[in-house]
Ligand binder design. Structure first.
Ligand SMILES: [Fe+2]
Length: 456
């Protein structure tokens, strides 16, 4: 590679790509290699082909470097490009807009699991290589891996299992996978997130798997080389994702307790009930300030209301400990489905029809403590937002017998990113037949977004 000042930093000096493949044997050892060091040390990284500039530090076909140590000797050194389909010229995005998960640079990391050596790149499938670093081909765990695979899987030191995830540019945006110590992919589960983000890494603990869903969002820029198709999006927010969890016993215990708590909550007055639910069950409406703003009550009264609510809840819990508990899990699932159907109806221009069919004809829209309108205002507001290109994405739905909360992220049109605040919570109370009869729309972030509500 010629050294030229016009070359970008990642192509020159000590960062310059290695232009050739080498194999060297019985290497000279200066000093002493501890005989306990027995195995291969491998590393991977982008290594553009001679004369090529892939436009970024992170791009370019992967090259593996390896050194084999045994009994105090350095048996060999090799470096090999990974022969991926991208290196052969196949595009990652096919002409029909689908993705070729085998057409990646394979340039990010290299691991060994169950005696299989895999070169990894988070955009697609891993590439299997031989112990001598020759490319075997793309590896999808016998057809069981149907998403991309992270470059940072985690091996459980106790069980030997490999935990990993895949991100996608289309739903499901995040999928969890588990591979046994023997190398069999046995579990795949979609994890719900609002959009495609740069989920580069994750963590495992003894009992949990933790992702941080952060606001670096997939946004392809104009065509051209070298751009990273991710941008910071203040509106996306940040969240810890619920872990995939251990055995069924915990689930059972948790859902039984939850049903009991929900039954006890129903014993409280509507105002106390909803405030306790916001404080302890929602994602974004938990602070005193936000609860006060959502209900149009002085912030100084929230603490005493919550204290009063908790005292009554404790009594209600004691009073309902021996009675049968309703199926809260089912209610929440149903509510989640209803939320999705409501959004789908809105997007297809049928929000009004859905309200007529499912909601109370007396439905009232409240702002703080004031009634600001009814069904017609709701339909006008929703239809107007849809026409303006605003979309809502369900983050969480929770529901009891007499209330439901839908937390939504808001996706604004690209040409009007400030049209709506980034999130909204639908706080609903239900009548005796389960129909929505009161709705508060609360924008949890930022608080000044409340000023936008009168424009509904
Ligand atoms: Fe990394």
């Amino acid at each position: 590679m010629t050294e030229g000042t016009a070359l970008p930093l990642y192509l020159k000096g000590r960062f310059a790509p290695v232009p050739e493949e080498h194999s060297a044997f019985d290497l000279t050892v200066r000093g002493t290699l501890p005989p306990e060091l027995d195995g291969r040390y491998l590393r991977n990284g982008p290594n553009p082909l001679p004369g090529e500039d892939d436009g970024h530090w992170f791009t370019g076909p992967g090259m593996l470097h390896g050194i084999r140590l045994r009994e105090g000797r350095a048996e060999w050194y090799r470096n090999r490009w990974i022969r991926t389909r991208e290196r052969e010229g196949h595009p990652f995005v096919r002409e029909d807009g689908t993705f070729d998960l085998t057409a990646t640079p394979g340039n990010t990391h290299v691991i060994r699991h169950a005696d299989t050596v895999l070169a990894l790149c988070e955009a697609g499938f891993p590439y299997r290589v031989t112990p001598a670093l020759e490319t075997v081909g793309p590896y999808d765990f016998g057809g069981r891996l149907t998403t991309a695979m992270t470059a940072h899987p985690k091996e459980d030191p106790v069980t030997g299992e490999l935990h990993l995830f895949g991100t996608g540019f289309a739903p499901p945006y995040l999928t969890y996978h588990r591979v046994t110590a023997e190398g069999e992919l046995v579990d795949s589960r979609p994890i719900e997130v609002p959009g495609p983000t740069m989920t580069h890494d994750f963590a495992i603990t003894g009992h949990h798997i933790v992702w941080m869903d952060l606001p670096v969002v997939f946004r392809p820029g104009p065509a051209g080389r070298g751009g990273m198709p991710y941008q910071w999006d203040d509106g996306y927010g940040a969240r810890h994702l619920p872990s995939t969890e251990a055995g069924p016993e915990q689930w059972l215990e948790r859902s039984t307790l939850r049903d009991w708590v929900w039954e006890a909550l129903e014993e409280l007055s509507p105002a106390l009930r909803l405030q306790l639910v916001l404080r302890h069950f929602t994602t974004h409406v938990t602070s005193y300030e936000r609860i006060a703003a959502a209900y149009g009550i002085p912030v100084g009264t929230v603490r005493s209301r919550l204290t009063q609510g908790r005292t009554k809840l404790a009594a209600a819990l004691a009073g309902t400990a021996d009675t049968a508990h309703g199926d809260t899990a089912r209610r929440t699932l149903d509510s989640r489905t209803q939320a999705r159907e409501t959004l789908a109806a809105a997007e297809s221009g049928h929000f009004g029809a859905l309200l007529t069919e499912r909601w109370s004809p007396e439905v009232a829209l409240f702002r703080g403590g004031d009634r600001v309108g009814g069904r017609d205002l709701l339909v006008r507001a929703m239809d107007g937002d849809i026409a303006a290109g605003v979309r809502q994405r369900l983050v969480q739905a929770i529901a009891g017998r007499s209330l439901a909360v839908w937390e939504m992220d808001i996706v604004n049109p690209a040409d009007d990113p400030g049209h709506c605040p980034p999130a909204v919570a639908w706080l609903m109370t239900l009548d005796a037949t389960g129909r929505v009869h009161r709705l508060r729309l609360f924008h949890p972030q930022p608080l000044r977004a409340l000023e936008l509500l009168p424009a509904l």
